[in-house]
Design a protein around this ligand. Structure first.
Ligand SMILES: C[S@@+](CC[C@H](N)C(=O)[O-])C[C@H]1O[C@@H](n2cnc3c(N)ncnc32)[C@H](O)[C@@H]1O
Length: 337
């Protein structure tokens, strides 16, 4: 870390110091150590949640350092703004309401074009899961909603009650990697209308009884959540925008919680796209806007998982923006493999 203007040492970072009843931040030390290269720099927390990662960053940055926090959930923004009110008043923390797929517009409106780093801690917060009324959990009775941004868009109710059997099967198999997707889709269509999380869970338990049901329920609820919030699509848009938003030498840290997300992050950091080999110059050198800081993702250790079981499936990848113009200049001859 550069700067040296009285900032706190990384070694003191303990997740428990930054935990709130809203959310316990995951892999705090690894995120901030890997992300912050300038203590007086500008960073964006693209998934503000309870503000845990933002709070750690603000603690480590010098008084000149700044953090923008993006979330599309008003409850997350409210919780973080109360927590970070002193930094807001000092102009060190700025909340931005919106979807991180619109990061370029959100930053432009806030008067910022490029920044020194981005963190994305994907998925839902503990608060969202625990608030039964939000409909994310099969363990609590709630309306079938699952929208992180409650201002609009389709809810799980609409998907479950109006999508045809083929589309539901596709959702469970693609986004939940659920082996019994066809049977579950048929059972849902036969049981409609379904109003609550517990009614939906009952239908799934009818197809997969006993202990197996818990894993199936997780996959079915995950799949619905992904489709309701367009999670994979907006992640791809964020990664594409990151190349323009992060300055050369700046970093991006992404924590994923399932393989569909992690695969996209890995491919983008390695290849600069989601489905092909990287572009190459005429000498065969790969042209990639990011350089991975480590090949294997960082996972929480046993101690962190014991203290916070929701960290169990976390995978952190960090990359550094190269100085390659992106997309590559037209005069750099490229070949596709
Ligand atoms: C896992 S939580 C982040 C927790 C946060 N790192 C902390 O330490 O408190 C994910 C948060 O990101 C938000 N979020 C998820 N996808 C988003 C998106 N596409 N745009 C904006 N916010 C998003 C969710 O609403 C949720 O509050």
């Amino acid at each position: 870390m550069t700067g040296g203007d009285g900032h706190k040492r990384m070694g003191n970072i303990e997740a428990s110091d930054f935990a709130t009843s809203f959310h316990i931040p995951v892999l705090c030390k690894a995120v901030t150590e890997g992300l912050i290269t300038k203590t007086g720099g500008v960073y964006v927390d693209t998934t503000l949640g309870g503000g845990g990662h933002s709070a750690v960053m603000l603690e480590l940055l010098s008084p000149r350092g700044r953090v923008f926090g993006i979330d599309h959930d008003v409850e997350a923004l409210d919780a973080s703004c109360s927590r970070l009110v002193a930094d807001m008043e000092r102009g060190r923390f700025t909340p931005l309401r919106g979807n991180f797929e619109d990061i370029e517009r959100l930053l432009e409106e806030a008067g910022e074009a490029q920044v020194d780093g981005l963190v994305a801690d994907l998925g839902v917060s503990s608060h969202q899961i625990d608030a039964a009324s939000r409909g994310f959990s099969y363990l609590a009775e709630g309306a079938l909603d699952m929208r992180m941004d409650m201002r609009g868009g389709r809810s799980a109710h609409e998907v479950v009650n109006s999508w045809d059997r083929g589309m539901l099967k596709e959702v469970f198999s693609t986004f939940g990697e659920e082996p019994r997707s066809g049977r579950i889709a048929r059972a849902i269509v036969e049981a409609r209308p379904l109003e609550s999380t517990t009614e939906l869970a009952g239908v799934v338990r009818g197809v997969v009884p006993g202990r197996e049901a818990v894993r199936t329920l997780s996959r079915v609820f995950q799949a619905l959540r992904i489709v309701v919030n367009r999670e994979l699509e907006v992640l791809e848009r964020l990664l594409e925008a990151s190349v323009r938003v992060v300055r050369p030498g700046g970093r991006m840290a992404v924590i994923s919680y399932h393989s569909l997300e992690d695969r996209r992050v890995k491919r983008f950091f390695r290849n600069g796209n989601f489905e092909r080999e990287p572009l190459r110059d005429v000498y065969g050198n790969p042209l990639v806007p990011w350089k991975e800081r480590m090949r294997k993702p960082i996972q929480p250790d046993a101690e962190e998982v014991e203290a916070n079981p929701r960290a169990r499936s976390a995978r952190l990848r960090i990359a550094e923006r190269t100085d390659l113009a992106w997309p590559p200049d037209e005069d750099v001859q490229t070949i596709r493999r």
